[in-house]
Each structure stands twice: as C-alpha cells, then as structure tokens.
Design a protein around this ligand. Structure first.
Ligand SMILES: [Zn+2]
Length: 359
C-alpha cells in the first residue's frame, strides 16, 4: 500500500494506516487548542479516537475472518480518517455467504457494545454523575460503548456500499437473480444517499460527503454486477482478441508512441524472437517517457509478468481476476500456447453488444 504505514498482521491479513489519518489527529489537536482546551483533555480525546479506530479494525476483521471461512482471502485492511476498508480478493456470490460476511462486521461492534456495557454496569457507572460532555478515564468506556452501537447501526443502514446494503442484497438474492437484487438494493441506497445529502446541506457537511460516497458506490456496484451478469455463461474464448499490435522488447518507446498515436490500440504485446513475452500499456509508456525519454527501451517499462488465462475459463471469473489484479490486458493460453489477448475495454464492448441484443 502506497502512502500507508504497516501496523501489523493477523491470520495473514495485513493492517495499514493511511497517511491522511495523521491529518485527523492534527486537526483534533489544533482545533481544540484554539478553543482553549487543556492538553490533558485533548490527550483523552486522542486516546478515545485511537481506541475507536481499534474497534473499526476489529469490525473489518469480522468481515475478513468470515470471508476466510469461505476460502476468500483479504488483501489488506486500510484505515482512513472516515473509517476502515477490508479489501477482499472477491465477494462471495452465494447469498448466504455474502450475508454472513457483510453482517460479521456490525456484529463485532454489537459484541463490543455488550462487553463494554457489562463492564460499565459491573463498575457501577452512574449516568447521572455525567456533568459535562468530557472524555476522561471515567467516561471513556461509556463513550466507546455508545460509539460501537452507533457504528453497528450506521453500518446496517440498507445503503450500498455499506454493510446493510450488502445484507439487503443478500436477502433479496435468495429469491431474485443477483443483478436484479443489486438493482433494487442500489436504488434504495441511492434514495437514502439523496436524503443524506439534502439533510446534510442544512445540518452537517459530513453527511453530504457520506451521501455522495453512498450514491457513487451504489451506482458503481449496480453497473459492476450488471456487467458480471452479462458475462455469465460465456467463456474466455468468446471475447478473445486474435488481432493485436505487437512491439519488440528492444524497440525504443518512440516506436510505441508512434503506434499509440496512429492506431486505436492502447496496449501492445511485447515480443522477443516472435514469442509473446509481456504486455506494454499506455500508462507504462507514459510512465517510461516521464522517467526516461523517447529512446528508453520497451523492456525497461513493459510488464513481463502478464496474467495468463485459459480459453475455457469462465469469462466473468477471468474478468474479476483481471479487475482484482489491476490488469488491463491478459494473455490467453490454450494447451500451454499463447493464443491471443483479453482486454478490459474489449470485454466492455462485448457486454454492450450483448446487452443491446437482449431486449
Ligand atoms: Zn463493515
């Protein structure tokens, strides 16, 4: 992870914290100092925020460990100032599995809420003694307990891409096709998002941000699932590209630039002695030009570790694989031999054609 600090690893899941997190802490310190708050009070707020984010990590581990039970690995968990994200290598397609993976996070917060409330009732915390809203060693457990309850309820709102949206989709998908279930859940999510944005405009700007996040996330999820459902039933063979541009490994980048500007191609197959050995994308060409110049050799910037996909593999699976590995183009292999390429743009065109034909 770029710009992130590695915090640790548990059950093969790495936890990172994004650099922007330091801005959040800085903001807390500066804004409270300006209001004349004593250092000791700021110290306790910082402790509270760190403890809260530890609960967020536990929430994300709820998702990650539930996914692990179904054989799905998690690349990493990254903490941002607005919350955490567990990057699962894929989402379970079986609605029951998706339901468990989605609900495991909020369940962790409910568990924490129960544990912290029990501690409070054993230690005999008296709410009436709470004179002012201030975090200190006596009140921090109360605040953490409440925060966990809020986290659980907030995440369970039925709005994509929040956990509640996934729970809703999973429930719907038990009876409906997945694409249809996603469409309904996405629609509800966007409706809630508009409500958030509208309400937030007059009350709280953070709600506007969250609303936008939900609105865009819901839209992306719906088109993603639709694309996936159109690919279902097809094989890699159906979208295979046999015509593609090639470039020699020892050619200068100027040659690639020439081809890039003179054709529709956005990436090339790199060859050595007529054998395909790698791929060269537009981004790699641009990067090569920025770091070097036009005479930089193709082999310096090309990707010599292309994703290899079999012709008989399911197209939706191949597409997911390309997305998760961030590859715009993959080698298609048959009986161990290079046959052609599969590229994301071509898959999108394939989907457009198929969806135009199914009326
Ligand atoms: Zn979650």
């Amino acid at each position: 992870m770029k710009f992130s600090l590695f915090l640790g690893k548990y059950k093969n899941v790495k936890v990172f914290i994004h650099w922007t997190f330091s801005l959040l802490l800085l903001w807390i310190i500066i804004s409270n100092l300006r209001q004349g708050m004593p250092w000791i009070d700021i110290f306790w707020i910082i402790i509270f925020v760190l403890a809260l984010f530890f609960c967020v990590v536990l929430h994300e581990f709820g998702h990650a460990l539930a996914a692990q039970k179904y054989g799905i690995q998690t690349k990493d968990i990254v903490l941002y100032p607005i919350g955490g994200i567990a990057r699962l290598e894929k989402l379970p397609e079986d609605p029951k599995q998706e339901l468990w993976v989605a609900i495991a996070g909020p369940l962790v917060n409910i568990g924490l809420f129960i544990i912290l409330s029990t501690i409070l009732s054993i230690t005999g915390f008296d709410l009436e003694n709470l004179e002012e809203i201030k975090i200190n060693p006596n009140t921090i457990i109360l605040y953490l307990a409440s925060a966990n309850l809020v986290l659980a309820l907030f995440n369970l709102l039925p709005a994509f891409p929040m956990d509640g949206g996934r729970v809703l989709r999973a429930f719907l998908a038990i009876r409906l096709p997945r694409a249809k279930a996603t469409q309904i859940a996405g629609g509800i999510g966007q409706f809630l998002a508009i409500f958030f944005i509208f309400f937030g405009l007059f009350n709280n700007p953070i709600l506007v941000l969250i609303g936008l996040f939900i609105f865009l996330g819901a839209g992306a999820e719906v088109s993603h699932t639709q694309q996936e459902s159109f690919l279902k039933g097809y094989k890699v063979n159906d979208a295979l590209m046999l015509k593609f541009q090639i470039i020699s490994f020892d050619a200068p980048l100027s040659k690639a630039v020439e081809k890039l500007l003179n054709s529709q191609a956005t990436h090339f197959v790199v060859v050595k002695d007529d054998v395909a050995i790698g791929t060269l994308s537009r981004n790699e060409i641009i990067k090569g030009l920025q770091e070097g110049n036009e005479s930089t050799l193709v082999e310096k910037v090309a990707d010599f570790n292309p994703l290899k996909i079999e012709t008989q593999q399911d197209l939706d699976e191949a597409w997911r694989n390309m997305m998760s590995k961030n590859k715009k183009v993959a080698f298609v292999i048959e009986n161990g031999h290079f046959l052609g390429i599969l590229d994301q743009e071509n898959i999108s065109e394939f989907v457009m054609v198929k969806s135009a034909l199914t009326k």
